[in-house]
Design a protein around this ligand. Sequence first.
Ligand SMILES: Cc1cc2nc3c(=O)[nH]c(=O)nc-3n(C[C@H](O)[C@H](O)[C@H](O)COP(=O)(O)OP(=O)(O)OC[C@H]3O[C@@H](n4cnc5c(N)ncnc54)[C@H](O)[C@@H]3O)c2cc1C
Length: 395
Amino acid sequence: MSDTVICGAGIGGLATALALAKAGFSSLVLEKSDQLGEVGAGIQLAPNAFKALDRLGVAAAVQATAVQIDAIELRDMVSDEALVRFDTGVEFVSAYGFPYAVAHRAHLHEILLNACRLSGRVRIETGCEVVAVENGSSDSEVILRDERRFRADILVGADGINSIIRKFLISGEEPRLAGHTIYRTLIPVEIVPPELRRAQVTLWAGPHAHAVAYPISSGRLINLAITVDDGCYIPARGISVELMAVRSALSDVAGSLATLLSLSEKWLRWTLADRPPTPGWSVGCATLVGDAAHATLQYLAQGAALALEDALVLMEELSKTPNDVSSAMLNYESRRFSRTSSVQILSRAICESVYHATGTAADVRNTALKIMNQEQIRMKTHWLYGSSDDSYAHI
Ligand SMILES: Cc1cc2nc3c(=O)[nH]c(=O)nc-3n(C[C@H](O)[C@H](O)[C@H](O)COP(=O)(O)OP(=O)(O)OC[C@H]3O[C@@H](n4cnc5c(N)ncnc54)[C@H](O)[C@@H]3O)c2cc1C
């Protein structure tokens, strides 16, 4: 059996280890942090993410604490007027076979981690920072900061947007900072007015900014995130800020969002980045999954979903040709490239045309959204939530 090394124990790395374990591959996961876990708060899990979680055998565990939502509602941030409401209730679930739900990141990560441990085929080593790769056509060697070396005949870089494995496979180009800042907080549900405790994802689109709120942790917390198009190009990751900083970053806020905003003093700040779609992430016996391969802005709420899908498609290809790993890697990338590129490109576009539109563009957005019916919205999102193309048909 092959020596499989996965670099990174985030959602992508653990999902890959679990998918491979299900197909009989044992793997060693090398994680640079001393502690395993996820930083951040809520995560939206669309039906395509749930389909992948189901194949990984953990959908029921995730659903146990996730909140299944009835609708995604978009409001105007300035007037607080409801523009459009996309129903994700019974009909939606029966159309896709899986729900749209929202979860705490830490819960999702923990469930994947436990499933990896239970599989008996995944060894996870923390405090192992990969600093270099010697990649040959039939095997690779990863080198850690402490100079230890691990040989691999299957190497998967699941090491996120600043992937070191990517540097050795494709290029050392840095991620593309968006000039956007996100502020995130969690609010205990007891202090939230009843009309704002709904089982839905609520989005507010404003000039150069938008907000999103939804319940997580069996409804005990409300996750609130505010993104501002502020031209900040200095990288920041999870920096603590006070409410004042969030207020001064936002110019026009009214109604329900203004109420929610005032309920939390403690916020964390991140700058946002992505990468342009770039082919060539599979080289010899090495490949990339998740953000390492195709980091995307969060505006379609699909980065983790793509990482889960990657894991299963990679597992399928390796199972088909276990003795020809480099072909499996190339086939995996070719099945994934178009879908992941579409998400990268559309995530940027939707931010400009919908979430952060200003002036006349915002008026046009409002008029267009107000006349959309459920069928029209379904047609626009079907490729994402229910696509049956080969990129993930079999997962
Ligand atoms: C604000 C925001 C909101 C989002 N919302 C959603 C959403 O609602 N739904 C959704 O599907 N997606 C969402 N995403 C995207 C999602 O969070 C990511 O796409 C996903 O977490 C990527 O997982 P990953 O495992 O590929 O990378 P990461 O989560 O970055 O994991 C990489 C791991 O590799 C480790 N590592 C890094 N370098 C090394 C090294 N040299 N050696 C060893 N280990 C290393 C890291 O410590 C980390 O554990 C959002 C993203 C953001 C920024």
